[in-house]
Design a protein around this ligand. Sequence first.
Ligand SMILES: [Cu+2]
Length: 149
Amino acid sequence: MAAVYQVGDSAGWTSMGQVDYQEWAASKNFHVGDTLVFNYNNQFHNVKQATQQGFEACNATSPIATYTNGYDTVTLEKLGHFYFICGYPGHCQAGQKIDILVSSPTSSLSPAPSTQTSEPSVASSLYFRYNLSWILGVLLAFCLSGFAY
Ligand SMILES: [Cu+2]
C-alpha cells in the first residue's frame, strides 16, 4: 500500500526550526511508490532534490529536480536515498533539509511477527478470564442451591 506523507506533518516544509526533519524521516518507513507532500509558502521556500554531496554541503546550484508550487508531491519511485533541501539562502543550513531513505518492503516485515505473536496471548487471556467467571458463576449457583435445600 502506497502511503502519502506530509513532510514535517502539520508544520510543513519550514526553516523556522519547529521540525527536526532527520528525526521526522527516521520515524517513518518509506517504500517505493510512497508520496511525499511538501507544503510551504512558495514566497519563502522551495524544494530542491539534491545529490548526497549537495545535501551535505547545502549546495542547491545543481539540483536533480526543483519544485516551487508550495504544495508539491514527489513520488518515491525507487529504492535508496532521496535528498531534499530548501534553495533559499541559509534555510538548508538552518535545518531545512531532509534525507529520505526508501527501503525494500522485506526490511519492514521483521517487526511484524512480534505484534502477531502478542495478539493471541491477549485473546487467550481474555478467553481464560471469561471461562474463570463462568466457572465461578456455576460454583456460586451450586452453593446457593445447596443453601436452598
Ligand atoms: Cu526555505
